[in-house]
Design a protein around this ligand. Sequence first.
Ligand code: F3S
Length: 392
Amino acid sequence: MYLTREEERIYDGEYGWAYQVSMRVLAKLGDLYGAERLIPIDSAHIAGVAYRTIGDAPIEFLKVLADSGGKATIQATTNPSSLDLGNPSFTFLPKEFVERQMEIIGLYKRMGLEITLTCTPYYIREPRSGAHLSWAESSAVIYANSLLNAWTNREGGPSALASALIGKTPDYGLHRSENRRASVLVKVGTDLRSESDYGALGIYLGEILGEKIPVIYGLSRREEHYLKQLGAAMATSGMTQMFYFGGKEREEPNIEEKISVDERTLKRSYERLTSTSEKPNLIFIGCPHCSPEELGIIARRLKGKRIRPGVKLWVCTSGYARRVAEEHVKIIEASGGQVICDTCAVVTWLRDLGVEAIMTNSAKTAHYTPLINGVKAVLAPLEDCVREACQE
Ligand code: F3S
């Protein structure tokens, strides 16, 4: 890969170890994927924040990076951690977990990253159309490419961090227009009515698409939060990083591969995402983190209701959304629900918090919690989740 004179100096260590190792990571990636050069990016989004999922191994590396003066040179945001320190439920976790988590956050802060602790950085600051980004967090990557026309590959934590320090990314994959074309036509022949229907479809498609980009026709509803669920789920069960969508099917003469989805496909996907018939003791909404508008939808459903004893309702979101949707937050909390920031059910210690089974409207969560947390799940639309959480 071609490096400019300045990039070569960084590569040779003239600006210190943190920048040198970052440049070497990017150059290696570029060589592996056949990039010809590095291109400037508008922002980076860093995953690898939650202590529950990354463990102790990367902490030493982050320490050396910070000690050798590594600082973000562009806007860089951070994915959720394993804790909401503002919420009393999390104070029961072992002190050691809390200290290690705070150490990781402190290291990112020293490196100049914004401690946003959310998987939906696009609600805080929406990238401009056509912007090149270096984002880790698969749900945010597919959202940025498909709904915002921002251009990003699905980065890992280390490469996104390297890009945050250098301000550039190798020019390959979805940074190039020739790689952003759809190659599969998906025809949805059943009415998708809820965000969990969109998620169930996404899990099915992710499994069969591999890295291919689909154009999906027949989506009866195209609200932003429905499409967010579709993308997050596709990127969970597969490597798809982008999709196109429409209502009525159009001719796509250049696409030969076609997939049809019917009611039975969706039903099977729900069955696979429902791993228990036990009564859930946690109802979890907010994967990916809720937008201020979604907090409004939930608040309207909960107004005047009470959460049943023995059940918790968690609504996960960013600190930003919590602040701007304060009125909705008050209604949710008045019902006995908890609006939780900076973490989510998947990346925290669910079992240590006493959770045995969950019900969620997120197919991504229903897919992950049995695997990652050892907690079984039921996938259901938001209205069923609210009904289950509330007293009659
Ligand atoms: Fe976000 Fe946690 Fe889901 S990080 S995408 S809410 S698994």
